[in-house]
Unconditional design. Structure first.
Length: 259
C-alpha cells in the first residue's frame, strides 16, 4: 500500500500536476493540505475518474485539507475535535478517515507567523489539541498515522542552516516540545530517504533560488503508531515534483507499507 502527503499550495493551481502524479506514482491514499478552495470547488469528479474517492474539509480561504483514496474511505471526521479557534473561527486544518486497513489524519498545522504573534500561541494550542484528539487512534492495534504539513522542523538538521532561523518560528523549543508530546502519544517519526543530497527536505521557498540551492526544510511529516511503523518498507521525498513550472513549494512524501 502506498500512502503520501502533499501540501499542494492550491489544488486548483496544481490540478494538472496532481492528476498526472497520481496516475504515475501508484499512490493508494494521498493526504492533501492547503487546498485553498471551498468544498464545492474541490475536483472530486476529476479524481473519481482516476478511481479515487475524496473527503474534503475546506472553506475557500488559505487552509483546507483532504484525503483521496482508491482503497476505501469511511468513518470520516472533519475538523480537529476540541481544537482552538483563531479570530472566532475553527479553521479547516484536519480530516481523518479509515482508508482500507489503516486510519489516517491529514493535518495542516498553523504556521505561527512570528514568535510574538497570536498565531504562534494558537499554533501551540492547536498541537496540544491534536495530541489529545489522536490518542485513541494512536493506541489502536491497527496501523494509524498523522501526516501533513506540521510547519515545524523537528531537529536542527531539518533546516538548511539553523543560524538563518534564529528567533524564527518552525524551530523554537516550544514547537519542538509540542512535537515531542505528540510522539509521546505512541507515535514515531517516519523519516523519508532523500532522492538527492544528504537530507530529505520537503519544502523550499519560491524566493532566492532556494530550491536550486537546496535551502530547504523538513516540515512535512509522517507520524505513525507502532503497527504503522512496523509495516513501513520504504519512504522517500519525491523531489522531482518540486521541479519545473507550476510546482508547489512542497514535495510529496511517500510511504510504502506492507499491510
Amino acid at each position: 500500500m502506498r500512502i503520501a502527503t502533499w501540501n499542494v499550495n492550491s489544488i486548483t493551481a496544481r490540478l494538472p500536476r496532481l492528476l498526472a502524479w497520481l496516475e504515475g506514482s501508484g499512490t493508494d491514499v494521498l493526504c492533501i493540505q492547503e487546498t485553498k478552495c471551498t468544498a464545492g470547488q474541490f475536483p472530486a469528479d476529476e479524481l473519481r475518474e482516476l478511481g479515487y474517492e475524496s473527503a474534503v474539509h475546506a472553506d475557500g480561504r488559505w487552509n483546507g485539507v483532504a484525503l483521496v483514496s482508491r482503497v476505501g474511505l469511511s468513518d470520516v471526521v472533519t475538523g480537529l475535535p476540541g481544537g482552538p479557534e483563531y479570530e472566532g473561527v475553527q479553521e479547516p486544518r484536519a480530516i481523518s478517515a479509515d482508508c482500507g486497513p489503516v486510519r489516517l489524519w491529514s493535518v495542516y498545522v498553523p504556521n505561527g507567523r512570528e514568535v510574538a504573534h497570536d498565531h504562534y500561541a494558537y499554533k501551540l494550542r492547536w498541537l496540544q489539541a491534536l495530541k489529545t484528539a489522536v490518542a485513541q487512534d494512536a493506541a489502536a492495534e491497527r496501523p494509524f498515522a498523522v501526516l501533513g504539513d506540521f510547519n515545524i522542523a523537528p531537529a536542527d538538521e531539518d533546516v538548511w542552516d539553523i543560524a538563518a532561523f534564529e528567533g524564527s518560528t518552525h524551530v523554537t523549543a516550544a514547537e519542538r516540545s509540542a512535537l515531542e508530546a505528540l510522539r509521546s502519544a505512541g507515535l514515531s517519526d517516519v523519516v523519508p530517504r532523500p532522492l538527492k543530497y544528504d537530507h530529505p527536505f520537503t519544502y523550499w521557498d519560491y524566493r532566492q533560488l532556494c530550491f536550486p540551492k537546496n535551502r530547504g526544510m523538513r516540515i512535512d511529516l509522517v507520524y505513525g503508531n507502532g503497527p504503522f511503523a512496523e509495516a513501513v518498507k520504504d519512504s522517500y521525498v519525491d523531489r522531482e515534483e518540486r521541479k519545473g513550472k507550476g510546482a508547489s513549494d512542497h514535495a510529496p512524501v511517500v510511504v510504502d507499507l506492507d499491510v
